[in-house]
Write a protein that binds this ligand. Structure first.
Ligand code: HSO
Ligand code: ZN
Length: 431
């Protein structure tokens, strides 16, 4: 595998230093929020809602009437488009779930081992507020939980969220919806309050407070990955179209000034053209204030010597979304291993996955793609093993277990194994 460093490649545009959102007080603040919610339940939620959201809902749970009116107010075309997204995400999640198969195997005569695929009973989906009301956000967290067969799926969203978000939580299949946002929502789902039930696993992206809260409740509950601001990286050769590359880079840049966007190419011509094209497209982009700032701060373009270096660099970056715009994109793509999701060829824009093509848009950021993929139906099930051992099997496993336990000094373990060898003559068990 190619090891690569920044010394090996040539920067056409460098990021302006590291974009660290360091805030030492964050962790302490979040710790206090979690403690307060644990101790004081709804009373703490009311205080934090007043403080952070500037409003305190009468009831945290969204009532059937509110859901009905959110659905009635939902623009019909928006509803249809969300139903389309839900259907696509469902279809892919169902196919992925089908790849998870129960297992029964006799690994030795009489030693039967296996696993079952068991849905997590209760999950809590956090739906972020943020700069835009991202209509696909509830779809990505809730639909795979429905497909997995979780018994209870709850959704929490900030009290100021657009009612359309409530409607889509419902359409996606959430059983209960709560107007609780931020770190306090994560704390409520992890520990439970009078209004919000405690769940077994909390999923979904959020701001720095939400991420820190997820980190702190991990262990009490399961969590999915900690998703930071969206990222995109492109690997391109001379066959790429700079107008398309610029459009895709700016699409993710529009999320947040912290978004990381970049491109590696073997073609200096494409590098310079894309740089110019980004400036050109920014001129009339309505969200240029954010996208332009993100590009200025974190945008990068690098030149690689050849395809091998492109691939090594892409693996090093381990971006959330990796677009491959080369002459033979399938061949290039097949050699890359670190990415949240891979977009093969010019037509596969990140925007399709972001919205509606069916892959999940909640993906690893900040190089977490080196060790994990993104949110998927498999995150809502447990693969749990079982075993049964008949008399032949006892002959195979008991003696090694007896000896190993004795060596370790674990005499009760030794006896538990030995008693299987002499089930009708317990007195034969040695001290
Ligand atoms: N790119 C975001 C998801 C998204 N973008 C939805 C727009 N809509 C995180 O992958
Ligand atoms: Zn996006």
């Amino acid at each position: 595998m190619g090891m690569i460093s920044e010394a090996d490649i040539e920067y056409i545009k460098r990021p302006q230093g590291q974009d660290v959102q360091a805030d030492q007080t964050l962790s302490k603040t979040v710790q206090t929020i979690i403690e307060q919610v644990r101790e004081r339940g709804d009373a703490a939620l009311r205080d934090y809602s007043a403080k952070f959201d500037k409003t305190t809902p009468d009831n945290f749970e969204v009532s059937p009437n509110e859901i009905a009116s959110a659905l009635a107010d939902l623009d019909p075309q928006t509803r249809k488009d969300s139903e389309f997204a839900i259907a696509q995400v469902k279809r892919f999640a169902q196919a992925q779930l089908a790849t998870l198969q129960p297992l029964e195997i006799e690994t030795l005569p009489g030693v039967h081992l296996g696993h079952r695929i068991i849905p997590i009973q209760t999950v809590g989906c956090y739906i972020p507020g943020g700069r835009y009301p991202i209509l696909s956000a509830p779809v990505m967290s809730i639909v795979p939980a429905v497909v997995a067969g979780c018994d209870e799926i709850i959704a929490c969203l900030p009290p100021g969220a657009h009612p359309a978000m409530i409607a889509i939580c419902h359409l996606a299949g959430a059983h209960r919806i709560f107007k609780v946002g931020g770190a306090q929502a994560i704390a409520a789902m992890a520990w439970g309050t009078e209004s919000v039930p405690e769940v077994n696993k909390v999923v979904g992206p959020g701001n720095a407070f939400v991420n820190e809260a997820k980190r702190q409740v991990f262990g009490k509950v399961g969590i999915d990955a900690l998703a930071g601001p969206s990222e995109i990286y492109v690997v391109a050769d001379e066959s790429a179209d700079p107008r398309i590359l610029a459009a895709d880079l700016l699409a993710q840049a529009e999320h947040d000034v912290h978004t990381r966007v970049g491109m590696a190419t073997t073609s200096p011509h494409i590098a310079h053209e894309t740089l110019a094209e980004i400036e050109r497209q920014l001129r009339n982009l309505p969200t240029a204030a954010t996208a332009g700032e993100a590009w200025k701060r974190q945008g990068e373009i690098v030149i690689c010597r050849d395809e091998a270096q492109l691939i090594a660099w892409a693996d090093y970056i381990a971006t959330e979304h990796l677009q491959v715009h080369t002459r033979d994109p399938h061949a290039t793509a097949s050699k890359i291993r670190n990415y949240g999701s891979l977009f093969i060829g010019q037509n596969a824009s990140v925007v399709f996955s972001d919205k509606c093509c069916g892959t999940n848009h909640t993906l690893p950021t900040m190089a977490a793609a080196r060790y994990t993929g993104g949110l998927w139906v498999g995150a809502y099930v447990k693969i749990c093993t079982h075993q049964w051992i008949d008399d032949h099997g006892i002959a195979a496993v008991a003696e090694p277990a007896v000896r190993q336990s004795r060596t370790e000094g674990m005499q009760a373990h030794r006896r538990a194994a030995e008693i299987r060898l002499f089930p009708h003559n317990v007195d034969a068990i040695t001290n």
